[in-house]
Design a protein around this ligand. Structure first.
Ligand SMILES: N[C@@H](CCC(=O)N[C@@H](CS)C(=O)NCC(=O)O)C(=O)O
Length: 263
């Protein structure tokens, strides 16, 4: 049966799913969507993923969306090492981390990435280009966010709360990782796979200083990065100019973020 993944090269949710596939040793055929060009708004793609986002996993006749759900599916549908801890308590802990991603961390990373860096890709576009982009997007709430983030950058109302959300995550991680190697307990799990790409994005934005005083987080991130699946799923897909643009934009953001962290 062919496994097909619709994904984005540097998208955090795609990195997360590619990492789960790599850990399980599942080969897949990929369709890479150019998110900045709006490939995700294609009506044919929306039939698979009505929210017009990546990733989407298609396994034979089964279409699975939502990266957290996809990763649980991957763990259950394919053989290979278990990515969910064996004990109910550790499994609950794992879901505590992945739930946070869906409820608030993903939103926070979108705000930080967009307000610091991604808006720069849209600033040179003409009003006509943006009108046709928003027409294809066909999502008033998302359009409002794009308009505000492009216009306001780091002055966007959601920026400071997004930094505070990450500060809380890093504090929680530091506490959880004191005395254990992985977020949900003794074994590497979907919690680590889920969170690692979200630190990668901060790093790409030049914000690794956010965990400079957190030795357990730093050691955990290094352990996660050393896994062959991180190389296959994250490093091998990096697009050098996009990362360079994030790093350049992040230089201006770091002093501001450092100030917010102290507030
Ligand atoms: N909750 C969804 C979020 C998916 C999502 O927002 N994906 C981003 C990339 S990480 C995307 O497709 N962005 C393009 C857009 O919003 O237009 C999931 O976990 O799969």
């Amino acid at each position: 049966m062919t496994v097909r993944l619709y994904h984005g090269s540097i998208s955090s949710c795609s990195q997360k799913v590619r990492m789960a596939l790599a850990e399980k040793g599942v080969a897949f055929t990929g369709t890479v969507l150019n998110l900045r060009a709006g490939d995700q708004y294609d009506p044919e793609y929306r039939k698979l993923n009505p929210g017009a986002v990546v990733p989407t996993l298609v396994n034979g006749a089964e279409v699975i969306i939502e990266s957290t759900v996809i990763n649980e599916y991957i763990d259950e549908a394919f053989s290979g090492p278990a990515l969910k801890p064996a004990s109910p308590a550790e499994r609950a802990s794992m879901r505590g981390w992945t739930k946070q991603l869906d409820e608030s961390l993903h939103g926070a990373v979108v705000i930080l990435s967009f307000c610091i860096a991604f808006r720069n890709d849209f600033l040179p576009k003409t009003a006509e280009d943006m009108t046709s982009f928003y027409a294809r997007m066909n999502n008033p709430e998302k359009e409002k966010f794009y308009r505000e983030a492009i216009a306001m950058g780091m002055d966007h109302a959601g920026f400071i709360p997004a930094v505070h959300r990450y500060r809380k995550l890093l504090q929680d991680m530091e506490a959880a990782l004191a005395g254990r190697d992985w977020l949900a307990g003794r074994s590497f799990s979907l919690a680590d796979i889920g969170i690692a790409p979200y630190l990668t994005r901060l790093e790409q934005l030049g914000l690794a200083g956010m965990w400079a005083d957190k030795a357990h987080v730093a050691a955990w991130y290094e352990r996660a990065r050393q896994r062959p699946s991180y190389q296959t799923a994250v490093t091998d897909w990096l697009v050098a100019p996009a990362v360079a643009a994030m790093q350049e934009a992040g230089k201006a953001a770091w002093p501001r973020i450092r100030g917010i962290l102290k507030s």
